[in-house]
Every structure is written in C-alpha cells, then in structure tokens.
Design a protein around this ligand. Structure first.
Ligand SMILES: Nc1ncnc2c1ncn2[C@@H]1O[C@H](COP(=O)(O)OP(=O)(O)OP(=O)(O)O)[C@@H](O)[C@H]1O
Ligand SMILES: [Mg+2]
Length: 313
C-alpha cells in the first residue's frame, strides 16, 4: 500500500490569552491518501479553521501547536497546498487585477515568465468557469460578485497544480445556488487532477456530497470520523446522530445550515471535564466525566464511552 499523502498524529493547538489559554484542538489523528476528499464538520468554534491552518502550516505565530503533521514528500505552501479562505479578501489583493494575481502564482511557483503565466491565468479563469476570462483577467476584485471572487480565489489556489486543496468554509458566505455551483466545481477540479481535498464546512449535507470521509469536531475534539456514507448512514457519536437525525435530508439537497442542538457549545475558557459534549447529551452518564478515548481505527472511529460499552450509544 502506498504511504498516505498526509498523516496527522495527535495534532493540537492552544491560543494563549491574557486570562488563560484556549485549548482549541487536541488529539486529532487521521491519514489523507493522495486524491482523497475529507470534510471537516462542526459548529462555530469547534476548531475547524485551527485544523485547516495547522495542516497548511498557517497557524498564527501566537498559537502553540503539538503533535506531528507528516507528509509523504516535502510540500511547499501555495504550490503543493492550495488554500481557499472563507473570505476571498484574505486571498485576493484589492489593488491588483485578477489575471495578474493568478499569473503571479505561476511565476513564483512554476518558474514561468510573465507572458506565459498570463496566458495560463486566463486558462485557469476559464477552468473555474468565470465568464469571458480574458476580459475578466483585467478586472479588480471589487468589480466581481462574491461568487466570482471565490472562483478567482480558487483559480489562484489551484494555479500551481497543488496535490492538496484546503477550502475553509469557502462557500458559506454565498447564497445557496452559488454555493452549490462552487462546491460542484471544487469536486470536479479535485477529481480531474486527483487532488486531495480538505473541505471545511458546518453543513453536513455539503460534507457528505463532496467527501469520501467525514471528520466531526466538537469543541476542539475529534468526536467521530469515517467513510462519509457510514458517518451519515450510521452515525455513532450522539453529537453526529443529533446533527443527522434532525437536519440532514439528502432528498432536499443541496444544503441546510447546521441546526442548533439543544444547549450551547462550551465556554472555550472553561470546558466541561471529560467528554465535552456530555452536558448536551441525553445519553450521558458518570463515565462521561472522564476524557473518552478514541475507539476504532485511524480515521474511522468514535470518541464516546457509550459506544464501545453498549454498541449504539
Ligand atoms: N487567532 C486566534 N487567537 C485566539 N483564539 C483563537 C484564534 N483563532 C481561533 N481561536 C479560538 O479557538 C477556538 C477554535 O476556533 P476556530 O476558528 O478553529 O473554530 P471554527 O470551527 O473554525 O469556527 P467557525 O465555524 O466560527 O469558523 C475558538 O474558541 C476560537 O475563539
Ligand atoms: Mg473557521
């Protein structure tokens, strides 16, 4: 068997604050094969962006990270790893036209001259289905719609032919129709180039649509992971079950926002002892006061004491 493209072993991160540290992520372990598509799902504050940034080596310098992130071969950010942020403003320069921004990636990472890079940029704008790409190449970000800006950011992210694309809620600011189009486009692009994908979303319908594997985060802990069809069809963690039971209706695709599950996610400065979901879990019992161990295999299992004891929690 070939080695995975990426191996995460007990990855975590904390953010120091004046009044204590936020333990934003801990003990995340999974492998990502070449061309594999993983969706990372969880509520706001669950650590999704922290995980995406950690993989890309883009965590802020204030963050304290632990664990090991191993690659099959050396990877260069921007060339081998493309990143699309939720806000295209984070990728796009407001004072440079779109074509030159894409061309710049080709010059920097592919050793192309400006003329060839500009031609390649127009081709890339076409590949992300921007209309009239040679005209649009001369436009500035403020002249584009939100969806068009995200397509341009996507063109930049894939310009150097990365082996891994990370999209951190790249479509959540867009309306449902545009969101569905861009998710479909991301799916096509990664499939055509056998690119691996880490797709961050708070929407389990989108996650199951685009990914081979789903990783569920709750309050900085990986509570469940597995093949997308298994996680959606037979969720094991009470949190995943609650997400899916109430709100995932694939017949009404494309997308539904993550519901409010009864109760609120924990205070990041003062999380509950043991299982962080226990205060909202109808199955919780005394054993949940201890930090639950991961049961199952790497990238396919659950962090819940109820599951191994009683089968279905
Ligand atoms: N740069 C930072 N400095 C301090 N704390 C941070 C920083 N970034 C994130 N955090 C904290 O870490 C925790 C996880 O945040 P993160 O942004 O990873 O969550 P998320 O799942 O991406 O949320 P969202 O869906 O809102 O984007 C939160 O409690 C957040 O407040
Ligand atoms: Mg985020």
């Amino acid at each position: 068997m070939t080695a995975p493209l990426l191996t995460l072993a007990a990855v975590g991160a904390t953010y120091p604050h004046d009044d204590g540290a936020v333990d934003a992520l801990a003990d995340v372990s999974f492998d990502l094969a070449e061309g594999e598509r993983i969706a990372v799902i969880g509520e706001s504050g669950s650590g999704k962006s922290t995980l995406a940034l950690a993989i890309a080596g883009l965590l802020p310098s204030t963050a304290v990270s632990v664990g090991r992130i191993g690659w099959r071969r050396p990877m260069v950010g921007g060339r081998d790893i493309g990143f699309v942020f939720q806000d295209p403003g984070a990728s796009l320069d407001p004072v440079m036209n779109i074509g030159d921004q894409v061309a710049e990636v080709r010059v920097r990472h592919c050793g192309e001259g400006l003329r060839a890079a500009r031609r390649a940029a127009i081709d890339l704008l076409d590949r992300v289905r921007l209309p009239q790409p040679s005209r649009l190449a001369r436009a500035y970000p403020h002249e584009l719609s939100g969806g068009q800006r995200q397509r341009a950011a996507l063109a930049m992210a894939i310009a150097a032919g990365p082996r891994l694309l990370i999209a951190d809620e790249a479509t959540s600011a867009l309306d449902t129709v545009v969101q569905a189009e861009i998710v479909a486009l991301i799916g096509e692009l990664v499939r055509a180039a056998s690119m691996a994908l880490v797709f961050v979303t708070h929407d389990i319908a989108l996650a199951s649509q685009i990914s081979d594997r789903i990783v569920v985060l709750y309050a900085g802990r990986m509570v469940e992971a597995g093949p997308a069809a298994r996680v959606v069809g037979a969720p094991r963690h009470p949190y995943t079950q609650a997400l899916i039971a109430g709100h995932l209706d694939l017949s009404r695709a494309p997308a539904f926002p993550l519901p409010a599950i009864a109760g609120a996610p924990p205070d990041p400065f003062d999380p509950p002892r043991g299982c962080r979901f226990a205060p909202r879990c109808s199955h919780a019992f005394s054993a949940c006061l201890d930090e639950p161990a991961w049961s199952g295999g790497i990238g396919d299992g659950v962090r819940c004491v109820g599951f191994p004891l009683g089968g279905e929690p």
